[in-house]
Every structure is written in C-alpha cells, then in structure tokens.
Ligand binder design. Structure first.
Ligand code: MN
Length: 130
C-alpha cells in the first residue's frame, strides 16, 4: 500500500508542452504506479487543451476545480464541472481542456500508455463555446 498525502513528495509541478496547446500544469500524484498506470492532477489555463490522443487501457478523469470540456472524436464537446467523472474507454480518440474563459483541474488516471496524435484546432476547440 502507498498513501499519497496530496501530491508526490519531491516532485515539482511540471509545465506540459509538446502535446498540449496553451499553458498546462501537471502535478504528479502517483506518477509511477504499477502496470504503467499514472495519476496526475492537471490544470488547464483558459483555452488550453490536450492534443487528440487515446489511452491503451482507458482513462478516468475526475474534475476537482473549475470548468472545462471533454470531447470524443466525431462528437460535440461536453461541458465538465467540479465533481464530474469521465470514463474514456481504451483506444477512444478524445481531448480535454479548460474552458475558453475558465481553468479546469482534473485528476487524470491513465491506464497504460498514451498515444498522442495531432493538435486540436481552434475550430474544433471553438465548438466547445457554441
Ligand atoms: Mn485523455
């Protein structure tokens, strides 16, 4: 058993870059669990979002602050707020991010490796505001 009190000790909050649009901060919670699973607390600043991606064995998102969006490829972005929980099935292409004018922080419980694809365009993201 391992208990993490708030966040992992001795690991600085990390600026996320190459697979994100805008300013995103990631705070490791359980960065190195068994079986390649990770738990990070991720904060998206307004307008910031992931690239399109998918997770080999799925992902659970738990919104802990703010409001934002999650979107499955081919569908309309869906609003998220504090307390919302999202199950992303294995291999399902999607993105998540802050709102146009709001931050969002979520716990991201990623099961297995993540495959990163292309950037979410302004038009694709802009659908979230309509
Ligand atoms: Mn994801």
């Amino acid at each position: 058993m391992k208990i993490v009190h708030g966040r992992a000790d001795g690991v600085a909050t990390q600026a996320r870059g190459e697979t994100f649009t805008g300013t995103v901060w990631g705070d490791p919670v359980l960065p190195t669990t068994t079986e390649g699973n990770t738990i990070n607390s991720v904060t998206f600043t307004p307008g910031a979002r992931t690239f399109w991606h998918h997770h080999e064995r799925g992902q659970i998102l738990v919104v802990t602050a703010g409001t934002g969006w999650v979107c499955t490829h081919g569908e309309t972005p869906q609003p998220l707020t504090v307390g919302d929980v999202v199950w992303v099935p294995p291999g399902e292409q999607h993105w998540h991010g802050g709102g146009p004018d709001t931050i969002m922080t979520h716990l991201a419980i990623s099961l297995g490796p993540t495959t990163w694809l292309h950037e979410v365009s302004a038009d694709e993201y802009g659908q979230a505001g309509r």
